[in-house]
Design a protein around this ligand. Structure first.
Ligand code: SF4
Ligand code: FES
Length: 319
């Protein structure tokens, strides 16, 4: 893109946001950044249409600049500041977007140009870190790999991930997930202490296949937001923690399976799953938590019957 094209593109975007005639936009650029630096402002800034109750449908948006490929889309975004708001509410923004802009880019546009107090998480912008999960039109997605173009012209409604307490706006409290993750000991537990001098523990491709897909989890929590069982019973260990449990139990280098089976067998373990399968449907990394849970239902059943045959901690009794 040449400098002239970039300049024309920027000017068009600013003009669209303010509904100004050509040539007016750049003279107001300074005010724009001043607004973005006023966190907590209750007034609706340029481009923000104001608050409305949760549950309504996003407005249709129009406007297309054939020169730059810029269009205007309406984003309804859930806002909640626990210091000021008694409950969450929606605020509506109209933003300019191009074909390559993600939902995360849209949120960043709002933060940079319309309301600097908007709070959301992100880091890698490439579906690796798992930070940017949000609900878009009631489905859990990664903001950085979901594109605004797919919601044009109807617009989109963005909310924090379901089933988690909201800290502020789109940021949720992940404490419950992190505590459960720690409990499964998500690391390789060796059969005996080893030193680096002993060299690596080699694996065949077939051994690696046993756990590889489960190791692709990025802890984005989309599967928890999609899981109705976790919504009904927060004690349920949940999809990705059970998938990661399987990742280590299935690793030929690991010897921690017996320890982890107490979590699998518990009331909050795999039997809390009712096979809805939405966890696997929404996973952006192709992990299949539903399969991990089913495999561990088999393990749990075997464990149950083995306890009758070998009642002393899994050791067969000898005469
Ligand atoms: S299993 Fe998939 S959806 Fe669930 S946390 Fe891991 S990557 Fe995200
Ligand atoms: S920003 Fe890292 S996964 Fe989206």
């Amino acid at each position: 893109m040449t400098t002239a094209t970039l300049s024309r593109f920027t000017e068009t975007i600013l003009r669209r946001v303010r509904h100004e005639a050509p040539g007016d936009a750049l003279s107001h650029q300074r005010d724009d950044y001043t607004q973005a630096g006023e966190p907590g402002s209750s007034a609706a800034p340029d481009g923000a249409e104001g608050s409305q109750a949760a549950g309504s449908t996003p407005h249709a948006a129009s406007g297309h600049d054939a020169t730059t490929g810029t269009r205007i889309i309406t984003i309804e975004c859930q806002r909640y500041n626990p210091d000021e708001d008694s409950q969450p509410h929606y605020r509506t923004y109209q933003i300019p977007f191009t074909h390559d802009m993600s939902v995360l880019d849209g949120l960043q546009y709002i933060k940079d140009h319309l309301d600097g107090s908007l709070t959301f998480r992100w880091s890698c912008r490439m579906a690796v870190c798992g930070s940017c999960g949000v609900m878009v039109n009631d489905l859990p997605v990664l903001g950085c790999s979901t594109f605004l173009r797919d919601y044009y012209p109807n617009g989109l409604k963005i909310a924090p991930l379901s089933h988690f307490p909201v800290v502020r706006d789109l940021a949720v409290d992940q404490s419950d997930f992190l505590a459960k993750l720690e409990r499964i000991k998500p690391w390789i537990i060796p059969s005996r202490p080893q030193t680096p001098a002993e060299g690596p523990n080699r694996q065949t491709p077939a051994q690696m296949d046993q756990y590889y897909q489960f190791s692709q989890c990025i802890n984005c929590l989309l599967c928890y937001a999609a899981c109705p069982q976790y919504g009904l019973n927060p004690e349920f260990t949940g999809p990705s923690v059970l998938a990661l449990l399987q990742r280590y139990n299935a690793d030929s280098r690991d010897h921690g399976k017996a320890e982890r089976m107490t979590i699998v067998n518990a009331e909050s373990g795999v039997w809390g799953c009712t096979l809805v399968g939405e966890c696997s449907a929404v996973c952006p990394k192709g992990v299949d938590p539903a399969r991990a849970i089913n495999l561990n239902k088999i393990n749990s059943t075997q464990d149950y019957f083995l306890r009758f045959l070998m009642p002393r901690s899994g050791k067969r009794e000898t005469a």
